[in-house]
Ligand binder design. Structure first.
Ligand code: PMP
Length: 457
């Protein structure tokens, strides 16, 4: 591919004109950006000639790895045949219909329908609209409140950011969270479990859902939404007692259960969907990211028969949708991506192949003096950096150590993410054992660097 302009010009255009998402806009004017030029498999190549192992699959999304020619070929072909048409006004296109049917094959049995969106945030906006419409159709319009959790991430639109429990987002907008959204505490045992065992703590945090429903009055509660494993919050894997209790409470009070599968979906946990890892049966699932492995933007809400039957039989018009709902090129890429995940056995790989090796190797790092806990499921994991393993005390100036570790890894050829002092791992599902070894070697060196900086070795 020919370069339109040289790197210095790209950096200047970027610095002068591009306001980046979730970035320090003040700092970026000084520091500028790193240009990623191309990628292959699990590796990124930047304009300074560095090769970096992407331990984060882009932004938790490139499940199939980079450089898959069949996905670009399908996109090019679909672009020539039908680059765009809408799904409004009684119209469809072949890739969108095929994708809807294929999703039925890979989702749990209660799901037979999908509503397409352009992103995870749009999916969660759609959840809000759909859940409220469902209760209207059931002649229980007072059921409006959606209960979510602190430190959850559900997107960046007004509804997504409201459902999310990120204080640093709410702080920047007095309109957040919007009306009819309530938050309970998260099941983050390492940071908040105190003297309770993980199992006791899981029950205590799930019990907050019941308390909140009773406080609000069950006739006012529409749904509970949660990520099976909180991703951006810090790969928080709840204690085993948590999800069964949440399921029991939702059933007892007739609350719709929404699983936000934007990160956990499409194989990340060694199952097609994260709820399956925990044996949970949601009524709705929001999806995006791994649906196309990030090759094109696309999302959706997967709808159970319980909800779809009401919307279809009683609902009539559903006045909601997006220009790009069921986009034919995105849908064609999603079909090719899902077939590749299925036919190459990548879900099984995440469960018992490379995933098992990843989990075993990550666990070895638990012995390191700065590591307080290692968590992992499938091919997603976290390392808690802390000053004292026994008391689980974090280092002073929480967040600074995570940044130290992340930057050291990056300088040595590995992209990791840090949420405060929690190091997060989410590599493409195609990662090999040798690439996992490389990831662990760099990670161990970064942990040594952290220990040295804190005078611990
Ligand atoms: N839900 C979850 C669990 C997510 O992690 C994200 C994105 N990281 C979203 C929703 C929002 O997705 P998007 O950025 O595609 O709008």
């Amino acid at each position: 591919m020919t370069k339109p302009v040289d790197n210095a010009t790209i950096k200047k255009m970027d610095r002068d004109h591009y306001l980046h998402p979730f970035s320090n806009l003040t700092e970026m004017k000084q520091v500028g950006s790193r240009i990623i030029e191309r990628a292959e498999g699990v590796y990124l190549y930047d304009s300074d000639g560095h090769r970096t192992l992407d331990g984060f699959a882009g932004l938790w999304c490139v499940n199939l790895g980079y450089g898959r020619d069949e996905l670009s070929a399908v996109a090019a072909e679909q672009m020539k045949q039908l680059p765009y048409y809408n799904s409004f006004f009684g119209t469809t296109n072949a890739p969108a219909a095929e994708l809807a049917a294929l999703l039925k094959e890979v989702t749990p049995p209660q799901f037979n329908h999908v509503f397409f969106t352009g992103s995870g945030s749009e999916s969660n906006d759609t959840v809000v609209r759909m859940v409220r419409r469902y209760w209207q159709c059931q002649e229980q319009p007072s059921r409006k409140v959606i209960i979510s959790r602190k430190n959850a991430y559900h997107g960046s639109t007004i509804a997504g950011a409201s459902l999310g429990g990120m204080g640093y987002m709410h702080k920047q907008d007095e309109g957040l969270p919007m009306q009819y959204v309530e938050h309970i505490d998260q099941p983050y045992w390492f940071a908040e479990g105190g003297e309770l065992t993980p199992e006791e703590f899981g029950l205590e945090r799930a019990g907050q859902l019941e308390q909140k429903i009773l406080e609000l009055g069950e006739d006012n509660v529409a749904a509970f939404i949660a990520e099976p494993i909180q991703g951006a919050g810090g790969v928080i894997v709840p204690p085993a007692s948590y999800w069964p209790e949440i399921q029991r409470i939702c059933r007892q009070y007739n609350i719709l259960l929404v699983s936000d599968e934007v990160i956990c979906g499409f194989g990340r946990t060694g199952h097609w969907f994260g709820c399956e890892h925990f044996g949970v049966e949601p009524d709705l699932m929001s999806v995006a990211k791994g649906m196309t492995s990030g090759y094109l933007p696309m999302g959706g809400v997967i709808v159970s028969d319980k909800v779809a039957n009401v919307l279809v039989e009683k609902g009539g018009d559903f006045n909601h949708g997006f220009t790009y709902s069921g986009h034919p090129v995105s849908a064609a890429v999603a079909v090719a991506n899902i077939k590749a995940l299925r036919d190459e056995g990548l879900i099984e790989e995440a469960a018992s192949g490379s995933g098992a090796y990843f989990r075993q190797q990550l666990q070895l790092l638990a012995e390191h003096p700065v590591v307080g806990e290692v968590r992992s499921v499938g091919l997603v994991g976290a390392i808690e950096l802390c000053a004292d393993k026994q008391s689980r005390d974090f280092f002073p100036d929480r967040g600074a150590t995570g940044t130290l570790c992340r930057l050291h890894a990056l300088e040595n050829g590995l992209v990791l993410r840090a949420t405060e002092d929690t190091m997060l791992f989410s590599p493409p599902l195609v990662i090999s054992h040798a690439e996992i070894d490389e990831m662990m070697t760099i990670t161990r060196a970064s942990l040594d660097h952290v220990a040295k900086c804190h005078g611990m070795n």
